[in-house]
Design a protein around this ligand. Structure first.
Ligand code: TYM
Length: 337
């Protein structure tokens, strides 16, 4: 087999339509998906089943799902090179999740950091929230996924998917490929602009100045960066010092977007007059990065029938791939075909 004919690596990843898609989602995930779209066999999923593990307003969920669909195409994902679809349109995800639930010890789920964070201080927590990583394992495993490109916060969940795949294989015989998390070397954990001790998150998007959305106007982006929390110093350098986390975050954002290394980034700011200059320049590269995406988004969003066609095609492809693995699972566990 020649190198060209070799089968491409199967990639699967997902993103929730549960709120504003922000710079962290972009740098930790979407940007890398777009960069690798020619090299790998990609499947990207809008995970609305995951979104409802915390309460969602139905009208808002529909709206956010449409926005996210449009945004993924506007970001540069080519529908001819990637399978892009909506999770709830492919029932194999829920079915496989149920089967995997039945071999996953609860203790594995209670240990998940995200579950602990999202459930702390809540009066009631849905069973779905605890089960979230099993659904994620189902997403990944039913496509024979080899690589899962995600930000740092999802690494633990992908590792759990590995454990679940191995447990199923041990009990029922070789069925699943064991997937690898692929975490970007920089930008895998973008922090909140208002509070650089917490990761930028959709959960806090209602807090002004916490995050910047891909669709924010240049003015809004500049405002958010201008208000970014820094420290009382004036040194523009990468640092492990927790008190410098704000500056570190701003430099990281600049570094990833401009494809520079640490010393090139620091050198770039060697003549800056202080944090004000730093904030303005970082805001500018973000504005320029998002400009073509926002423009394409405005164009695409008016053609909802075409978007629906693309997403339906994606769901059909996803359905045809995943149904094969689901049948194999059912067969292995003793269901009558
Ligand atoms: P979600 O929707 O929270 O985030 C989508 C992607 O963005 C990354 N990300 C970040 N990266 C850097 N800095 C940040 N501050 C930041 N915040 C979010 C996430 O790591 C993720 O890659 N559970 C997943 C969705 C999912 C999934 C899957 C992913 C469902 N099934 C199967 C991979 C494979 C989630 O909630 O992503």
């Amino acid at each position: 087999m020649s190198a060209n004919q070799q089968k491409k690596v199967r990639v699967f990843s997902g993103i929730q339509p549960s709120g504003q898609i922000h710079l962290g989602n972009y740098l930790g995930a979407i940007r890398g998906w777009v960069e690798n779209q020619d090299k790998k066999d990609n499947i990207f999923c809008i995970v609305d089943l995951h979104a409802i593990t915390t309460p969602q307003n139905p009208i808002e969920l529909k709206k956010q799902t449409e926005i996210l669909t449009t945004l993924l195409f506007a970001s540069g994902l080519n529908p001819d090179k990637n399978t892009i679809f909506i999770q709830s349109q492919v029932p194999a995800h829920s079915e496989a999740c149920w089967i995997l639930n039945c071999i996953t010890p609860i203790g594995w789920l209670e240990r998940m950091t995200q579950f602990k964070d999202k459930s702390s201080n809540k009066k009631t927590v849905s069973a779905g929230l605890l089960d979230y990583p099993v659904l994620m394992a189902a997403d990944i495993l039913i496509y024979d996924t080899q690589e899962v490109p995600v930000g740092e916060d999802q690494k633990q969940h992908v590792e759990l998917a590995r454990d679940i795949s191995q447990r199923f294989n041990n009990i029922y015989g070789e069925t699943f490929v064991t997937p690898q998390p692929v975490i970007p070397s920089t930008g895998a954990r973008i922090m909140g602009l208002n509070d650089p001790t917490v990761k930028m998150s959709k959960t806090f998007s209602h807090i002004k100045g916490h995050s910047v959305g891909i669709l924010d106007s240049p003015d809004e982006i500049l405002k958010s960066f201008k208000k970014a929390t820094t420290d009382s110093g004036n040194e523009i350098q990468f640092s492990e010092d927790p008190s410098k986390a704000g500056v570190n975050n701003l430099l990281t954002i600049f570094k990833v977007i401009t494809n520079k290394n640490n010393s090139q980034t620091e050198k770039h700011f060697s003549n800056a007059r202080g944090y004000g200059d730093l904030k303005a320049e970082v805001a500018e590269v973000v504005i320029q990065e998002f400009k073509p995406i926002r423009e394409k988004y405005q164009m695409l969003k008016n053609d909802q029938p075409e978007l629906n066609k693309l997403i339906n095609k994606g769901s059909e492809i996803a359905q045809s791939i995943s149904s094969v693995k689901l049948s194999e699972m059912k067969n292995k566990i003793g269901f009558i075909n």
